[in-house]
Design a protein around this ligand. Structure first.
Ligand code: CP3
Length: 356
């Protein structure tokens, strides 16, 4: 199982080893901007059915790789499968985003919360990882992922998306003990979930801290970063003789780069608001960097897409440790042809720049 992929440039870049060109993948690369994804999703009946059916999850994972020369695949799933497995009852209303039937509000519900056994309640995710690895046949590496303990708590307490996190932040300031209790369970759940993905065949793992950037400096360190550290320190560092690199992405986390780089991860994901060259100067000797083109660039002309992609490659500069990505997930209305322009430009341009 642990045979290195033919194209292992993504894994090598994460470990800051030299590569012939900058590897690229895109957050949410399998999704609604692809007509073939929409077709499979229609067949599945719903987004959740798609996540819970390993063969269909495998099919959509491979769709972007059939179109573009991407250097990694990412497991098709969602961060909210973990709280769903805790019994909160996940649903997705058309055009409205996620909703939990039973958000965490009362003290007794929080006391009763437990980490789900990933081999039981999340078995379908492990089955998907195995099936995707088999289908990839060692062409490119497979990324496993999870939400961060804090980002999961946001959805679990709010019951869905939120613009101001009023319920969550009220708990944070009034009853920090309750929020710490949720975060502690989440950290154990996420660690076990990611380790199960690694044991099933995931060759790198990424933790999405989508909402950590909504916190004050002090609150971020206490309620998000501390639990990210707990997760990273509990992860398998290697499996079957291969190193398993980890990536931590806090959206809006530019001011905490040094602190994130210090928790023991191999790479830090950057959103588009931070200059990647400046970030490299701050922490480039310690970790690799992943990012960070504004996803909205993909709505511009192909010439503008290529020019902006070259700017990100130039901003990072020569030398190892860069995985090209967008600064956040690809937008659902993105024109698919612009993604080819992006991927090919990153490969060709970085190959010229990195040439000895
Ligand atoms: O990157 C990939 O291709 C892998 C798949 C992936 C999805 N969600 C598929 C998805 C990953 C890595 C995620 C992570 C995720 N999910 C995050 C963290 C990353 C981020 O974007 O900040 C968050 C916050 C979620 C929760 C979630 N899932 C929301 C808020 C939504 C609705 C938003 C929307 O765009 O409608 C989802 C649904 C979702 N997850 C879709 C996909 C392809 C769209 C669902 C559909 O097909 O209708």
């Amino acid at each position: 199982m642990a045979i290195s992929p033919k194209n292992n440039f993504f894994l090598r870049a994460l470990l800051r080893e030299p590569v012939p060109y900058t590897p690229v993948w895109l957050m949410r690369q399998a999704g609604r901007y692809l007509p073939e994804y929409c077709e499979t999703r229609k067949r599945a009946g719903s987004f959740l059915n798609l996540c819970k059916n390993p063969s269909l999850a495998c099919e959509v994972t491979l769709q972007p790789l059939a179109r573009y020369k991407l250097d990694a695949a990412i497991l098709f799933s969602d961060i909210l499968t973990v709280p769903d497995a805790m019994g909160l009852g996940l649903g997705f209303q058309e055009g409205e985003g996620p909703r939990f039937e039973r958000p965490l509000r009362s003290e007794w519900e929080i006391r009763d919360l437990t980490a789900p056994d990933p081999w039981d309640h999340l078995r379908y995710v492990m089955d998907a990882v195995v099936e995707i690895r088999r289908a990839l046949n060692n062409s490119v590496p497979l990324i496993g992922f999870s939400g961060s303990p804090f980002t999961l708590a946001c959805y679990m307490v709010e019951g869905g998306g939120s613009s101001d996190f009023r319920t969550l932040k009220t708990m944070l300031y009034d009853r920090p003990d309750l929020l710490h209790r949720i975060l502690d369970v989440n950290a154990r759940a996420v660690t076990q979930y990611l380790n199960a993905q690694i044991e099933s065949g995931a060759q790198a793992v990424m933790v999405f801290d989508t909402w950590g950037g909504a916190l004050s400096d002090r609150a971020y360190r206490e309620f998000s970063l501390a639990y990210l550290q707990q997760v990273i320190s509990g992860l398998h560092r290697s499996h079957g003789g291969e190193r398993i690199p980890s990536i931590v992405f806090t959206k809006g986390g530019g001011q905490w780069l040094e602190a994130i780089a210090d928790i023991g991860c191999d790479a830090v994901g950057l959103d588009w608001t931070t200059d990647i060259g400046g970030a490299r100067k701050r922490i480039g000797g310690k970790v690799a960097l992943q990012g960070n083109m504004d996803p909205m660039v993909l709505f511009a002309t192909p010439e503008a897409v290529a020019a902006e992609a070259r700017k990100v490659v130039d901003a990072y500069g020569i030398g190892p440790g860069h995985v090209f990505n967008l600064g956040h997930g690809i937008n659902q209305y993105t024109p698919p042809d612009n993604v080819s322009v992006l991927v090919d430009t990153v490969h060709e341009y970085s190959r010229q720049q990195l040439k000895p």
